[in-house]
Ligand binder design. Structure first.
Ligand SMILES: Cc1cc2nc3c(=O)[nH]c(=O)nc-3n(C[C@H](O)[C@H](O)[C@H](O)COP(=O)(O)OP(=O)(O)OC[C@H]3O[C@@H](n4cnc5c(N)ncnc54)[C@H](O)[C@@H]3O)c2cc1C
Length: 341
């Protein structure tokens, strides 16, 4: 069966450009369409689809757009109606979309309305004549390959699979797609987001900085220096833009009545029962590097650690470079050097 591929995209919060995740899926769609010799269409949901489309100028690709004030912000009813209209207009058999919170919320509903199927958290698309996609289960321990004969097949793609499509210009022909909006019961009044420096989990950061329980343990002078630890960590994060991870012991401490770093939550925990983030580099500090923690470092490229313990897990082959040193002193020096730059 000849496939008809639709890439669903949406604009960023400013409304002027497609999100990075959307542009990555455009690349995925182009690669897949070329491999299968299938036709490709790109669907855009935005206030003004034409201006958002300037980042996907390319000859030969059909671009469909849904525009209007109702599509400025994420809302189930309007987004689902928009994507449904785009799927019908494109007569799609394969629908690729970014696994953004906006589309993750509606993908299953739209697939159901189209009488199709949906698979989420897709990390690669392969296969020879057919389409085989992969996703991970059980905290990245089991990788499954999935194929479906039912159509339309909706696939929500994880970030980072492809480079964002880049071909800026202004000359895009857009087919306007009309949307039958249902009664809208939800009114979007305003958008509240944490300040940039309040958000310590930054999936796009080049570096992961991990704080371990050592930061709040008694130091060689017999004292705990939790406030100083907090300042050192936040200063480093602010000047580098690194993402903050933590060991389980450190984030559990609040519940145990021990000293805590107030900006850390369980969301920061990396490891077997935490997250498995993806960053080019990682720096572990005051953390012992035990297996249940380090298993969360599977997708960290270059690993470095600062630990006082010459026998910690990092020195036993889990890091590329280990500084056997006092992290308070090392990070104070690093912050000083960063300030000078
Ligand atoms: C089922 C299960 C699931 C688990 N899941 C996870 C998980 O998802 N994530 C996770 O992290 N853990 C997990 N754990 C816990 C894990 O086994 C460890 O207990 C935990 O990672 C230890 O945290 P830590 O290294 O920060 O603390 P500690 O073991 O207390 O180590 C602190 C380290 O800091 C060093 N230190 C102290 N002061 C300094 C200083 N000034 N400079 C440099 N170094 C210093 C010490 O030498 C020590 O090595 C799990 C355990 C189990 C049983």
């Amino acid at each position: 069966m000849a496939e008809s591929i639709l890439v669903l995209t949406h604009a960023d919060e400013a409304g002027s450009e497609l999100t990075k995740a959307s542009l990555e899926v455009v690349t995925a769609g182009k690669v897949l369409a070329t491999r299968l010799g299938a036709c490709l269409a790109i669907g855009i949901v935005a206030v003004d689809a034409k201006s958002a489309a300037s980042s996907i100028v390319s000859s030969g690709t059909r671009v469909l757009g849904v525009s209007g004030g109702a599509f400025a912000h994420a809302r189930y009813a309007s987004d689902a109606a928009a994507c449904l209209a785009l799927c019908k207009a494109a007569n799609a058999t394969i629908v690729l979309a970014p696994g953004s919170s906006r589309f993750a919320r509606i993908a299953a509903g739209v697939a159901h309305r189209m009488g199709g199927f949906v698979d989420t958290h897709i990390t690669s698309i392969g296969g020879d004549a057919c389409i085989e996609v992969s996703r991970w289960f059980y905290r990245q321990r089991i990788e499954a390959t999935i194929t479906q004969t039912a159509r339309p097949w909706f696939l929500l793609l994880e970030g980072g699979m492809h480079a964002p499509f880049a071909n800026k210009g202004s000359d895009v022909e857009i087919e306007k797609v009309a949307v039958q909006l249902p009664v809208l019961r939800t009114t979007v009044t305003e958008l509240r987001v944490p300040a940039q420096d309040a958000q310590t989990i930054r999936p796009d950061a080049k570096m992961l900085f991990v704080a371990g329980a050592g930061w709040t343990k008694k130091q060689p002078d017999g004292q705990i220096h939790a406030a100083e630890a907090g300042d050192l960590i936040l200063n480093f994060l602010n000047s580098t833009g690194a993402s903050l991870g933590s060991s389980k012991s450190l984030v559990d401490q609040g519940g145990d009545g021990q000293p805590v770093l107030p900006f850390l939550t369980h969301m920061n925990q990396v490891g077997q029962t935490g997250s498995t983030p993806r960053h080019a580099k990682g720096l572990s500090t005051c953390c012992h590097g035990e297996e249940p923690h380090v298993v969360g470092w599977r997708f960290i490229g270059e690993r470095r650690a600062i630990s006082l313990d010459t026998n910690c897990g990092w020195t036993r082959g889990k890091a590329d470079v280990v500084y056997v040193a006092d992290a308070f002193k090392v990070m104070a020096k690093v912050n000083e050097l960063l300030r000078r730059d």
